[in-house]
Design a protein around this ligand. Structure first.
Ligand code: C2E
Ligand code: CA
Ligand code: CA
Length: 665
């Protein structure tokens, strides 16, 4: 593709040259056609004049004059040669004159010389045949010079105009456009001319400005987006992404310089309850305040980030002195514990901090964070509001408990839990009084897992309320089925763990389950361990009152293991106590157990509370218990815990058997 410049130059050359050439050619032809007759006429005139001038001297035979006339004719540049021949009647023709400038050649023009009708002679003239060509050649030369001059002038003029008005501005425009494209930081180009290219240039200036403004806007937006992407919007602290980049850089620098780092993993204790009781806005305000305190409690060179929800991470660059790190961590704990004013209320929280050191505990950022997290968990386990330094053995413990928690979650989702039921029978008649629902985990790999292996873990990870709700609903569903089949099952006791007991949702779960399955209050029983009932009496009393409000009987489980205070029996008035298996095992041989169990039975009897002995395995135990007045029994002797169908079979067998359970009184 040709450039504009070359195209325009070629166009100019063609536009100027072509007409000139055509004109020149036409002019040559026309000139020849116009000149030819003129030359002919001129020759005829020369011939005529010469012949007329010869009449007289030929008549008078004046030789001198004749030669003079001939010479005159020859002086005419177009005449090359001349021959004059005398032709008189009855005489031989004689050549009177021959003159020449060039050899005789070609065809001459002739005329007869007459005097009063009589022939005197003949005149022949040879003319120059190249005369017209010479003439034309001269003219052509002149025309060529003229045309060349014209072409030169036109081209110069056109080029001048072209350069000034087209090529130079186009070059400026090109420069301007490439400045815009390369985003060179230059001033707008001045355009004085008002023609189209000038307007285009001015337009480009506008475009340049607009593009600059757009780019500035984009840069600002990019910076803003980067800030948003790298900072937490609530606290303004670096987020995880930025933190991991900063930690990576810090670890790399420490590795290079042989420096040390301390990573503090900080978790706000019981933040969820702040959120639940005061609302999310208050929770946010609390977090923002804590974040600001953390930030101002460490040096500017240290990194503070929000890891997630209520977790913060602080990276200290002065991990040199262990005790210095410990005192910084203690200072942070105190900062976190200072009350925060939320909606006019003073809210105080605590925090648990886990510390991992570089390079002592880990050599890469991920492991460092993981170890600090593990240490933080350890701090929580030790009772919260404290600092824990990472120790290798934390990891193994945490791994097993984390694994168990994951599996529990899955088990709940997949319905891997089942309830087994263990009968409680009348000590005399052996009649079924009720049964205790005991949860089991049907683990796909490990088989039937007993509750003692997972209840604590479920409590720890907060799954206990979900598991408890499942247990309550399953027990109620079973009650409904047994009622529908007309089976006399008495009542079903459900174990409620300490954490579940304090969960405000327990009441709701019970109410809903009872309503959904049409369960009457006397058909269900709540078993609470003695330790639960003895702590935090105010709250305990309130919760117990609420349960009693539903009409549900309460049984005190594992009775005797926490007998330091029996006063609660007076306040809480359970309907049943269950003598712990550990006292029954030693019966009837162990003196202490005998005395203790007897005392429990008497005490309960005096307060009008029924007694069930747990873990009855032998006939001797059963007989002793009966003898001292314990009215109900539960244990392997009567039946192991078994699936619901097992209880149905147990009831059928008992109904068939005439003989009472007790043979000896
Ligand atoms: P617990 O409430 O004291 O339950 C009685 C435990 O003693 C049951 O163990 C039962 O199988 C066992 N047992 C009953 N009779 C005998 C006997 O004659 N000899 C012996 N050696 N053991 C006997 P299990 O089912 O392993 O339950 C253990 C504990 O797990 C329960 O103690 C209870 O504290 C807890 N638990 C069981 N199910 C649940 C539940 O659904 N929710 C809650 N929160 N805890 C539960
Ligand atoms: Ca129990
Ligand atoms: Ca028990």
């Amino acid at each position: 593709m040709l450039s504009i410049r070359s195209t325009v130059l070629i166009a100019i050359a063609a536009a100027v040259l072509a007409p000139t050439l055509i004109l020149w050619h036409l002019e040559q032809r026309l000139t020849r056609e116009a000149q030819q007759p003129l030359i002919e006429q001129n020759r005829q005139a020369v011939l005529l004049m010469t012949s007329n001038a010869l009449v007289e001297p030929m008549w008078s035979l004046d030789d001198v004059q004749m030669r003079r006339v001939a010479q005159r004719a020859l002086d005419n540049p177009s005449v090359l040669s001349l021959r004059l021949t005398e032709r008189r009647p009855l005489a031989e023709p004689t050549v009177l004159a021959r003159a020449q400038q060039a050899p005789f050649s070609g065809v001459p023009l002739k005329t007869t010389i007459l005097h009063e009708g009589a022939t005197l002679g003949e005149l022949e003239l040879w003319f120059d045949p190249g005369q017209i060509d010479r003439l034309l050649a001269e003219r052509r030369q002149a025309t060529i010079e003229l045309a060349a001059l014209q072409v030169l002038l036109s081209v110069l003029l056109l080029l001048g105009v072209l350069y000034r008005r087209l090529l130079a501005p186009i070059r400026r425009l090109k420069r301007q456009a490439s400045q815009i494209a390369s985003r060179a930081d230059l001033k707008p180009v001045r355009w004085d001319r008002r023609d189209e290219l000038g307007q285009l240039g001015a337009h480009l200036n506008d475009v340049h400005q607009q593009i600059d403004a757009l780019f500035d806007q984009l840069e600002a937006q990019k910076a803003e987006l980067e800030k948003i992407a790298l900072h937490d919007s609530l606290t303004g602290l670096p987020n995880r992404a930025l933190f991991s980049a900063l930690t990576q850089a810090a670890v790399a620098a420490a590795a290079r310089d042989g420096g040390r780092l301390a990573l503090l993993f900080i978790d706000v204790d019981r933040f969820k309850s702040v959120n639940d009781t005061l609302g999310h806005a208050a929770g946010d305000h609390l977090l923002a305040t804590l974040a600001a305190r953390l930030r101002s409690a460490v040096r500017a060179s240290d990194v503070v980030c929000r890891h997630s929800g209520d977790e913060f991470i602080v990276l200290l660059h002065d991990g040199d002195a262990w005790d210095e790190v410990a005192s910084t961590a203690d200072r942070l704990l105190k900062e976190m514990e200072r009350p925060v004013s939320v909606d006019g209320r003073e809210v105080a929280v605590s925090a648990s901090i886990g510390v991992a050191l570089y390079p002592d505990d880990a050599s890469d950022p991920e492991t460092l964070v993981r170890h600090a997290d593990t240490a933080m968990y350890a701090a929580k386990h030790l009772g919260r509001a404290r600092v824990s330094f990472f120790r290798a053995e934390f990891n193994a413990q945490l791994q097993t408990s984390l694994q168990l928690e994951r599996e529990l979650r899955r088990a709940l989702a997949k319905g891997e839990f089942v309830l087994h039921y263990q009968p409680q029978v009348d000590a005399v008649s052996g009649a079924l009084l009720g049964c205790e629902a005991l949860v089991r985990w049907q683990h796909p790999g490990r088989g039937m897992v007993p509750p003692l292996e997972f209840i604590a873990a479920a409590e720890h990870c907060g799954l206990i309320s979900e598991l408890g709700a499942w247990t309550i609903r399953s027990a109620c569903a079973q009650i409904a089925r047994w009622k529908a089949s007309g089976m006399a099952f008495g009542s079903v006791a459900v174990n409620v763990s300490a954490l579940e007991f304090r969960n405000h949702r327990l009441l709701d779960t019970l109410t809903r389950a009872m309503a959904d399955f049409g369960v009457q209050p006397h058909e269900l029983e709540i078993e609470l361990t003695e330790s639960v009932l003895m702590t935090d009496t105010q709250t305990t009393r309130r919760i117990v009152e609420n349960l009693r409000g539903l009409g549900l009987p309460l049984a005190v489980d594992d009775f005797g293991t926490g007998y330091s205070s029996l006063a609660y029996l007076k306040h809480l008035r359970p309907s049943k106590v269950k003598i712990d298996r550990s006292f029954v095992t030693g019966l009837p041989g162990d003196e202490d157990d005998r005395v203790l169990v007897q005392a429990i039975v008497q005490l309960a009897g005096a307060l009008g509370i029924r007694v069930v002995a747990e873990g009855v395995e032998t006939v001797a135990q059963r007989d002793f218990l009966h003898r001292i007045g314990c009215s109900a029994l539960q244990g392997f002797l009567i039946s192991r815990p078994q699936p619901a169908e097992g209880i149905e079979a147990f009831v059928r067998q008992n109904a068939g058997a005439e003989a009472p359970l007790l043979t000896m009184i």
